[in-house]
Write a protein that binds this ligand. Structure first.
Ligand code: NAD
Length: 397
């Protein structure tokens, strides 16, 4: 992920190279809740939070987890006029001290149930380690709160299914923070694909590597490749048939630090992601090759994130011999045309994502990155992890 640079507050422990996208992007909601029922939202309470007077439709929002990523959620919910940031919970009191310094009006607590049971809070955003997502999200849903949970949705597909069912049963919004699909860059690439500008897509090939904080509870696929999987899911309607992955552990007692994941498709599309926590340089580069044009998407680039190459190959005939004749030969013609750099709007992905989440809650819409999208990615990650143990054997999806 590229760093949401200047917006990041002091990180509590080791310096972490961000895995999320730079401050940009877009969100969009269409469709309805899967069960079509209205969310259980108490959105009529008081006014005059210290972040401005409260509209009657403002949702009360709480955040659980204020480590590296949580502060980005705090800032974006604080700045959004359709909600009111009520409080933050974290097991680490130092992080709460930091949060109080930034947002003196909000409640802070190390007792998580205090936040979950707060009747002023209608929706909770969860930014804690992956293996805590299920328990915290389930507690929030059972307390009648809408939930925005960090990627990946949780650490097991059966538990993800339980969260989806619980949210549906209660008419609550369950959304996963698949941040990259809200970036202007990824949204523009999707527009290009949908408009047929790239032709038939042959490949997606990405490198997402840096000297990152090695996680204790999930391997590098679950931490970094999940970003690519969410982009791939958003860009290509076709579902992969199988996944294979290879990888290696380099630190005793820690999960895989480097991995190569490949998705196989019936159409001939192939998607490959290289993820690595032990790279000396930060690379966030994706190539998307189509039969007509090709895209280079470099998320580390501050402004010119996408370049569209009018390049490709085509088969041409050499000589005049007809097909079937022994002298018949084909040659490859290379086309190297213009390179185009589209202008992208400079909006932060998380800002648009927060707007989308609130819109989904207010208007009973199905999120673009809802529980089902989160579940699909977890199934792929589970199969990829299985393949990793089998030294790259393809696992059907
Ligand atoms: N969307 C993105 O681009 C992006 C980027 C980075 C991290 N993330 C995700 O955000 C989540 C958190 O990652 P991070 O890098 O901020 O981790 P972190 O370790 O920096 O922060 C986690 C925080 O959660 C607190 N915590 C741990 N267990 C808790 C519990 N049971 N209840 C309350 N608080 C608890 C910790 O004290 C810590 O302050 C992960 O799911 C990660 O995948 C997403």
């Amino acid at each position: 992920m590229s760093t949401p640079a200047s917006n990041i507050p002091a990180v509590p422990t080791n310096v972490r190279v961000a895995s999320g996208p730079a401050p940009h992007s877009h969100g969009n909601g269409n469709g309805q809740h899967a069960n079509g029922s209205a969310p259980q939202t108490s959105n009529t309470h008081g006014t005059n939070g210290s972040n401005g007077s409260r509209r009657s439709s403002q949702l009360g929002v709480g955040v659980i987890g204020c480590g590296y990523w949580g502060p980005n959620l705090l800032r974006n919910f604080h700045e959004n006029r359709d909600c009111r940031l009520i409080g933050v919970a974290d097991l680490n009191a130092d992080r709460l001290n930091w949060a109080r310094g930034q947002y003196p009006h909000i409640k802070t607590t190390t007792a998580i149930s205090e936040l979950i049971d707060n009747p002023e809070i209608d929706a909770v955003a969860i930014a804690t380690p992956v293996n805590t997502h299920f328990e915290l999200a389930m507690r929030c849903l059972r307390a009648g709160k809408h939930v925005l949970v960090e990627k990946p949705l949780c650490h097991r597909s059966d538990l993800a299914r339980e969260l989806i069912d619980e949210a549906e049963k209660r008419g609550l919004t369950l959304m996963v923070d698949h941040t990259f699909i809200y970036t202007p860059a990824v949204r523009r690439i999707r527009q290009l694909i949908e408009a047929g500008e790239l032709g038939q897509i042959h490949y997606y090939d990405s490198a997402r590597i840096n000297l990152g904080l090695v996680q204790a509870d999930v391997n590098v696929l679950w931490d970094l490749a999940v970003h690519d999987l969410s982009i791939i899911q958003y860009l290509f309607p076709e579902l992969p048939q199988a996944v294979s992955a290879t990888g290696m552990r380099h630190i005793a007692g820690r999960p895989e630090t480097i991995a190569y994941l490949t998705l196989h498709y019936a159409s001939g599309l192939i998607a490959h992601c290289h993820v690595n926590w032990l790279s000396p340089v930060k690379v966030r580069r994706t190539l998307i090759g189509g039969s007509k044009k090709m895209v280079v998407y470099d998320d580390v680039e501050p402004t010119e994130k996408i370049r569209i190459y009018d390049s490709g190959v085509k088969l041409g005939q050499t000589g005049t011999a007809e097909e079937g004749h022994p002298d018949y030969r084909l040659r490859i013609d290379y086309r190297k045309g213009d390179i185009w750099i589209p202008h992208l709007e400079g909006k932060e992905a998380l800002r648009l994502e927060v707007e989308h989440f609130l819109d989904c809650v207010h208007n009973t819409r199905a999120p673009l990155s809802g529980g089902l999208q989160g579940l699909q990615l977890i199934r792929t990650l589970e199969a990829a992890t299985q393949s990793l143990f089998l030294k790259g054997q393809p696992i059907p999806l």
